[in-house]
Unconditional design. Structure first.
Length: 462
């Protein structure tokens, strides 16, 4: 041991001087032949612990902006090491120089308690190989826009574009998915005004099914589907379009009014509706008759009928049509009145035979009943009396008169019977035509120029 210490301390000043000289030579050589220098690098910013956002239901609103951020880093190192780093593959360089931010440092509760986007500043750090050190980082701080992730449910609206073909009507649109959930940043979901599908009806002429994309609209009316997530991205629309046709309706009165009352008039409107149905149903659709019972009715009737109660299955009204039929029945007390009709009013109908009515030339009394208001407006000329002498042979005949009354009136008295003497049957030349005494040609039109030679007169005697 003493020998070692003697050796160590012997000429110690020379040994220390040699050590200093050796270090100086190394230092001079290292700085001359491999000097230190500063080198700038431009590296993309890395986001660490990104899974924390998903775990805490947060979203990085400006993620795309941050991932595009280039960090300028000035690194100090020996020239050979820096040159060697420069010559390596970009992937190697990216692993050697890593500017990053730690998303795990975000205060989750602060973001959840906020009402909108929260701005969180984070320092940018750089991971380097041991032989390097960084002198500067630009930017040194980045600002994160953090928002909570929320989910809302929306009804799927239908935006109809264009109209159906003429003569057709849209009966309904059924969506397979009537509502969807929208998930995204709280600020984006709160900006959602609605969710819907757009349906263009102009090229559609019959019932069909379409698969349509679901679109998310913001309050400004723009498409923001790419900013949120939907649980379903499309839906099927079942569209029913049917042809239109007209349907005639008739109201039929059944029964008789109460005793001493008569039907004065009745009306109803409308008598035509437009309906929609499958084409084969419309082809077989008859007109509809609706019976209204007036048996025993003793006052006016105003009734409303819903035509939809009478439509066959599969038939519906056109959407713009009212379903109501308005029916009005007017009654009037029944009265009787006797009319004295001159015999000149009797029209003799025959095939040109020569005949004579026997008996006194007295008026014909006809008693009829009907609505009081109409009965007193009736004139005897409105009552038709016809003496039909077709196929009568020569001789004396009792012939009942044919009484013709206007609608709404009833004959109360017995049909008058006249005695008629047939003198001569019609000639062969007269078989093609017959006339009454007023010159009316029953084969064609009124004979204005008829004279005594053109027709046969019925002879009246007292």
């Amino acid at each position: 041991m003493r020998k070692f210490l003697a050796f160590f301390y012997k000429d110690l000043h020379w040994k220390l001087l040699s050590l200093v000289l050796a270090f100086s030579l190394w230092f001079i050589g290292a700085n001359v032949f491999n000097p230190l220098r500063n080198e700038p690098f431009h590296m993309p910013l890395q986001l660490h612990n990104f899974e924390v956002l998903s775990r805490d239901r947060l979203v990085l609103v400006n993620e795309e902006e941050l991932r595009d951020t280039i960090v300028n880093i000035v690194i100090r190192g020996h020239g050979q090491d820096l040159d060697n780093l420069r010559s390596r593959e970009p992937a190697f360089v990216a692993n050697a120089i890593v500017p990053s931010i730690n998303l795990g440092a975000i205060d989750t509760q602060m973001v959840l308690d906020a009402e909108g986007v929260v701005i969180v500043p984070l320092n940018v750090s750089v991971n380097l190989y041991q032989e390097f050190e960084h002198l500067s980082i630009t930017p040194g701080i980045v600002h994160l826009e953090i928002d909570a992730v929320i989910t809302e449910r929306f009804m799927v609206a239908r935006n109809i574009v264009g109209g159906v073909a003429p003569g057709h009507e849209l009966q309904g649109i059924e969506l397979l998915n009537t509502n969807v959930t929208v998930t995204g940043a709280r600020s984006d979901v709160n900006n959602v005004a609605g969710v819907g599908v757009s349906i263009d009806l102009s090229p559609i002429h019959s019932s069909t099914e379409l698969t349509l994309p679901i679109i998310v609209y913001c309050h400004s009316g723009y498409d923001m589907t790419d900013k949120v997530q939907l649980n379903v991205t499309e839906t099927t629309a079942r569209i029913q379009i049917l042809p239109i046709d007209s349907l005639n309706v008739n109201i039929n009165l059944v029964g008789e009014p109460a005793e001493n009352f008569s039907l004065l008039e009745y009306s109803f409107e409308p008598n035509e509706f437009y309906v929609v149905a499958e084409a084969y149903t419309l082809e077989e659709l008859p007109y509809i008759t609706i019976d209204i019972d007036i048996d025993g009715l003793y006052s006016d009737l105003a009734s409303t009928i819903n035509i939809e109660d009478w439509l066959p299955p599969g038939v519906a009204l056109r959407q713009d049509m009212s379903p109501h039929i308005y029916v009005n029945v007017t009654l009037d007390p029944t009265e009787t009145r006797t009319f004295s009709i001159p015999r000149e009013q009797i029209r003799t109908r025959s095939l040109g035979i020569i005949s004579q009515i026997l008996g006194e030339d007295l008026p014909i009394n006809i008693t009829i009943s009907g609505p009081r208001s109409l009965l007193y407006e009736l004139h005897y000329t409105d009552i038709g009396l016809d003496l039909n002498l077709f196929d009568f042979v020569i001789g004396l005949h009792d012939v009942p008169l044919t009484v013709t009354l206007p609608d709404g009136f009833n004959l109360i008295s017995q049909r008058p019977i006249l005695q008629v003497q047939v003198h001569e049957p019609a000639s062969e030349d007269d078989n093609d035509e017959y006339y009454d005494y007023n010159g009316y040609d029953y084969n064609d039109n009124y004979n204005d120029d008829a004279g005594e030679d053109d027709f046969i007169l019925a002879n009246f005697t007292l």
